[in-house]
Design a binder for this molecule. Structure first.
Ligand code: HEC
Length: 149
């Protein structure tokens, strides 16, 4: 029993030697969603609070993101999130991709699938109220209608 415990401790110590890459790519204002589209301040703030940690190049890693294996799990979610939607690289999307992302963003906010459930307990500011969700949805629907994106 003692050997098993020592084994687990050694394992946990050793895996700390495999850190994650926490560097953010620089944000180009010419590609950045909120700058290109001049997103209103309140909407920008909600996106930053609730979405940016997985869908932008402005990811803020919490202190527990330094501890393996939690760090690996966080990095995995960030990578997966950015693959789906990266607001910092908005202008690299073609028209079809943008339309698809706008649809998906509205849908995931409406259905409360986003922000990612496991994220909310540690980030109360991401726990969007129904009123906040409505503001976001109205904004993204407005973009769809205007065709200016
Ligand atoms: C803690 C990380 C995290 C946060 C915060 C987060 N997401 Fe996600 N998001 C993910 C991951 C991981 C995926 C891909 C896997 C999935 O679909 O569940 C994803 C997928 C998506 C998709 C694609 C869904 C699909 O079905 O194609 C959209 C759109 C999206 N997120 C929007 C948002 C919006 C809008 C916010 C803020 C209100 C947000 N996300 C906050 C991690 C996150």
């Amino acid at each position: 029993m003692k050997k098993v415990l020592i084994g687990i401790v050694v394992f946990l110590v050793l895996i700390q030697l495999i850190p994650i890459d926490r560097t953010n790519k620089p944000v180009d204002p010419k590609q950045n969603f909120v700058e290109v589209l001049k997103t209103p301040k309140d909407v920008t703030e909600m996106l930053k609070n609730a979405c940016y940690d997985c869908h932008s190049n402005e990811v803020k890693y919490p202190s527990y993101a330094y501890i393996a294996p939690i760090s690996w799990s966080i990095k995995h979610h960030v990578n997966e999130g950015k693959e789906n939607v990266n607001f910092s690289e908005w202008m690299t999307y073609n028209k079809d991709q943008k339309e698809h992302v706008l649809d998906e963003v509205i849908e995931t906010i409406e259905r409360k699938e986003m922000p990612f459930k496991g994220y909310i307990p540690m980030h109360p500011e991401a726990d969007l109220t129904d009123a906040q969700r409505k503001i976001l949805i109205d904004y993204f629907k407005g973009l769809q209608k205007s065709g200016q994106y």
